[in-house]
Design a protein around this ligand. Structure first.
Ligand SMILES: Nc1ncnc2c1ncn2[C@@H]1O[C@H](COP(=O)(O)OP(=O)(O)OP(=O)(O)O)[C@@H](O)[C@H]1O
Length: 354
């Protein structure tokens, strides 16, 4: 089912939690809402679920306007962070719960509910655990049961709030892969909230980067990582070297080097900021598009070379990370001056000082 949001606004008293949110999620896609704490991700997810009402804007699911559709009739499966399993119910009863509490006309027979719960248990690869109680499961297994419970009602869309938030790194990683495979099997439109960049980039077809109740950028994982639309996205999605620069009609002056002004840059001339991923700023010969950095320290960690340096013109400290393969023959050494340059950078007007 396709999900369409237009001009969504949400205020809590005089605090604006969401403002002007527009978003299209294609049917069958896995969409990540990514942003720092308080950026409005959960509020947006709750609006899609029908647990919260937007003050303005529209929401369509499968082409139908949802404004007058109650949460119970939206056929939305959700799994929230603190949406714990019922401790006094077996795993199978937990999974069947959503079907059991349906109004009589739409409630399946007890046998059918059990059969469906067993089917879902197999789907989440926990066939042998149906008679256990939540306390007898690991954290990762509990999450999978919670997911099976969300799927039991045959939802048209699936909403997950920090699905693996409370788990340790290894289990998170395994569950991530598992969720991706499950999604490929079910092809169910899924929206999940995360503040973990890696999780969003690895899992999602579409990443929605949010900050302060606004959408900063929507795109594929490659788009948002390789071509960040704003300084916020650059810094939130990985490391970035940030250098002040001067933007001219056809050139950018940075640290004594001259770079071509990117054709796509539509901002004003004048003071600007240049953003470079640390692995994109590489040693090169002294040329007009290279600038010097003074190496402070070099650490080799397996295949990676981490370099702390300072730009010679602006004295700006920068941290670089190279793959050994990216370097010619010799490692740079502390105390040396190195010429570096890049062909891949982001350019933005300088931010006003706060
Ligand atoms: N019921 C509420 N009443 C008042 N303020 C609220 C309410 N719900 C959320 N907020 C505020 O709205 C903002 C956005 O909250 P939301 O939970 O959507 O953020 P989030 O991006 O999901 O954050 P986190 O990653 O910490 O869960 C926060 O500043 C929060 O305090």
């Amino acid at each position: 089912m396709r999900v369409e949001l237009r001009g969504i606004e949400k205020r809590f008293q005089d605090f604006t939690a969401l403002s002007g949110i527009g978003l299209d999620i294609e049917a069958g896609h896995l969409c990540a809402l990514l942003g720092p704490s308080g950026s409005g991700k959960t509020t947006l997810l709750r609006i899609i679920a029908g647990l919260e009402h937007a003050d303005a804007g529209s929401l369509r699911i499968g082409g139908l306007d949802m404004s007058a559709v109650d949460v119970r009739d939206r056929q939305v499966g959700f799994m929230f962070q603190n949406y714990a399993l019922f401790r006094h119910m077996s795993v199978l009863d937990n999974i069947g719960f959503g079907l059991k509490v349906r109004p009589r006309q739409t409630r399946p027979e007890a046998e059918a509910i059990r059969a469906r719960a067993k089917e879902l248990l197999a789907l989440v690869q926990l066939e042998k655990f149906g008679d256990r109680y939540p306390d007898q499961l690991s954290g990762g297994q509990r999450q999978r049961v919670a997911l099976a419970r969300a799927l039991a009602i045959e939802p048209r869309i699936l909403l997950l709030d920090e699905p693996f938030g409370a788990l340790d790194a290894r289990v998170r990683k395994d569950l991530r892969r598992w969720l991706r495979e499950l999604h490929q099997t079910l092809k169910l439109t899924t929206v999940f909230v995360t503040h973990d960049q890696e999780e969003a980039l690895e899992l999602a077809d579409q990443v929605v980067v949010m900050d302060h109740g606004k959408v900063e950028q929507i795109g594929s994982p490659t788009e948002v990582y390789e071509r960040p639309a704003t300084p916020f996205v650059y810094e939130f999605l990985g490391q970035a070297v940030r250098l002040p620069c001067r933007i001219g009609p056809d050139r950018v002056d940075v640290e004594g080097a001259v770079l071509p002004r990117p054709a796509g840059y539509s901002g004003p001339d004048g003071a600007g900021e240049l953003f470079i991923r640390p692995h994109d700023l590489l040693p090169q010969e002294a040329r007009s598009d290279a600038f010097p950095i003074a190496i402070r320290s070099v650490a080799v960690i397996g295949p990676l070379v981490r370099v702390e340096a300072v730009t010679e013109h602006g004295a700006i400290p920068i941290d670089l990370e190279w793959h050994r393969r990216q370097l010619a023959t010799r490692l740079p050494a502390a105390g040396e001056t190195l010429q570096v340059g890049t062909s891949h950078f982001g350019l933005f007007p300088a931010r006003q000082a706060a």
